[in-house]
Design a protein around this ligand. Structure first.
Ligand code: CA
Ligand code: CA
Length: 280
């Protein structure tokens, strides 16, 4: 009986053991789904989702995601074998907040937490990031400087600052050993959104080092409220090399008022596993 091994072939182009493990795991998962294999231990991603009117409505789910990642908040700088990093934007100085731009590598250079952002541009503009203002600065809070309606549209999970990419509704997050240029992966990533009117507009996608998408998950609808989605893996074979975030179906702009067809969304806290170096 002829056995077609095409589907079982493993490319030896993979240059790292982790990428090879990741591919093996996904192939095994496919075989399991087809009923062609058994006894292969490849854990599914753990996905946490919550939405509600205020921070309390998502707090327990956010804390569960922190527990999924394990360990403690490693803060700024250094490199650790376990734990997580968090960015709540609130400590960003006025000089790097609205109406000024945030440097895309601020959280690997100015405040080293191993995360660098890249805009997936959909309209005019450069690779620009924006953190919203503090009330004391005199600039309207929660992106009210871009359109006055946003101050009422958005709320914070952690006061007072929010985050958004400018002139785009998608961004990438890539990881480094904090404070270095050594590429890294994380065991999971979670984000708080505000004013999600459609789950199709608030999505986190996790990609492996070989470029394949490991998993995607959306945040629940909470119009005028807060939503959270967090993805983590409990196996070292599955790690995020890149995270892509879908945040709204329209860019924040003067006159782009949230409505039925226009779903503007902003982000608050990022929570992710300690970046671990990629060996290649
Ligand atoms: Ca905040
Ligand atoms: Ca919205």
């Amino acid at each position: 009986m002829h056995s077609d091994r095409t589907d079982f072939r493993i490319s030896f182009e993979d240059r790292s053991v982790s990428a090879l493990k990741s591919r093996l795991c996904r192939q095994a998962s496919t075989l399991l789904a087809l009923g062609l294999a058994s006894g292969v231990a490849c854990a599914a991603p753990i996905i946490r989702q919550a939405g509600g009117a205020n921070p309390a409505a998502i707090q327990a789910t956010v804390d569960q995601f922190r527990a999924d990642l394990g360990g403690s908040n490693n803060g700024v700088g250094g490199s650790f074998a376990s734990g997580r990093r968090e960015i709540n934007w609130d400590g960003v100085p006025d000089a790097s907040a609205a109406p000024n731009f945030l440097a895309p590598d601020f959280f690997n250079v100015n405040s080293a937490r191993g995360a660098v952002f890249n805009s997936l541009r959909e309209s005019t503009g450069l690779n620009q990031m924006r953190v919203s203002a503090n009330a004391a600065s005199g600039t309207p809070v929660r992106f009210g400087d871009i359109d006055a309606s946003y101050t009422a549209t958005f709320q914070t999970f952690t006061a007072q600052r929010l985050f958004q990419v400018r002139n785009a509704a998608n961004l990438n997050v890539v990881f480094f050993v904090p404070g270095t240029r050594r590429p890294a992966t994380v065991s999971g990533f979670g984000v708080v959104f505000t004013d999600v009117d459609s789950s199709s507009n608030a999505i986190v996608r996790c990609f492996a080092q070989d470029g394949s998408q490991l998993v995607a998950a959306s945040a629940p609808v909470a119009s005028g409220g807060l939503s959270f989605v967090g993805i983590s893996f409990n196996t070292a074979a599955e790690r995020c090399f890149r995270v892509q975030i879908r945040v709204g179906n329209a860019v924040l702009a003067s006159g782009a008022v949230d409505s039925g067809a226009t779903d503007v969304i902003a982000m608050d806290d990022f929570i992710y596993g300690e970046p671990q170096p990629v060996f290649q």
